[in-house]
Design a protein around this ligand. Structure first.
Ligand SMILES: Nc1ncnc2c1ncn2[C@@H]1O[C@H](COP(=O)(O)OP(=O)(O)OP(=O)(O)O)[C@@H](O)[C@H]1O
Ligand SMILES: [Mg+2]
Length: 254
């Protein structure tokens, strides 16, 4: 195997982040070291305020930080078209159709020549199962469909890395499980590397190749739990004794 296929897609080495607030320094992240590989979903659990979103923003190149973060061995200091972020709230533009919203990421990133946009948008809508809803407006969509538009917007940029900040947090239980299954499928078909933040222990186990548990003040990685279950994972995995055991273990570590 060559060095490039062995190297993790995302490497976070001794990353720290200190915010200045009214003259005081506030250390949010301290000495965070993590690596995430191709086709991998790293899920991140941790108490509110421990720095999960801050870490995601650093990986996205939206925040300054101490230490080193690389994506495909290139240092991250500013946003790049290799990395796309899916935030918790869909924040769709109400006056634009599904297609118009899916185009938005391309417009911002200028990731591709305009002549390729339509083809990329079609492909992204197909992946999230919204090809037949391309001309609908956000108000005509269910919550799950809106969140899928949000994901299509990120996928149209053809990122190598998808950063997701509690993307299914607002969905009902059934839609959430459908989206979890869909995300697994998308990661496998698009060959992505995913960092997925969640408050939901079940979701962290079901989706993660590994679960990173963060501690607070300052935020750091307290433990990393490997999830050996092969993919694609059936939803029935959530009802298995092995799953329950991992759940209890992670619950007590939080
Ligand atoms: N721009 C900023 N300036 C100052 N402090 C900030 C800033 N952004 C975040 N913080 C602080 O950093 C800490 C971590 O915030 P962050 O949003 O990363 O937490 P989180 O783990 O994502 O929490 P949650 O689970 O509630 O989303 C919080 O105490 C927050 O107040
Ligand atoms: Mg957050």
């Amino acid at each position: 195997m060559s060095v490039t296929t062995e190297a993790p897609t995302v490497e976070i080495r001794n990353v720290g982040k200190t915010f200045k607030r009214s003259g005081h320094s506030f250390e949010v992240l301290k000495d965070v070291t993590l690596a995430v590989g191709l086709d991998e979903i790293l899920t991140v659990l941790g108490p509110s305020g421990c720095g999960k979103s801050t870490l995601l923003n650093c990986i996205a190149g939206l925040e300054t930080y101490d230490g080193l973060i690389t994506v495909n061995q290139r240092e991250v200091r500013t946003p790049s078209t290799e990395v796309a972020v899916v935030f918790q709230a869909p924040e769709l533009l109400p006056w634009r159709t599904v297609r118009g919203n899916a185009r938005y990421g391309l417009e911002l990133s200028k990731a591709a020549p305009k002549s390729e946009w339509n083809q990329r948008i079609d492909a992204a809508l197909e992946v999230v199962g919204l090809s037949d809803s391309a001309d609908l407006y956000p108000r005509q969509l269910s919550g799950g469909m809106q969140q899928r538009v949000n994901i299509a917007r990120a996928l149209a940029v053809r990122p190598r890395v998808l950063l997701m900040d509690e993307p299914f947090g607002a969905l009902d239980a059934i839609t959430k499980e459908r989206m979890q299954e869909e995300l697994q499928r998308i990661v496998a078909s698009e060959r992505l590397t995913v960092v997925f933040i969640t408050h939901d222990i079940s979701e962290a186990i079901y989706l993660g190749n590994r679960v990173a548990v963060m501690s607070k003040n300052p935020g750091g990685v307290r433990l990393i739990q490997e999830i050996a279950e092969p993919r694609p994972r059936e939803l029935s995995y959530k009802r298995s004794p092995g799953f329950q055991e991992l759940y209890t273990q992670l619950w007590s570590s939080l």
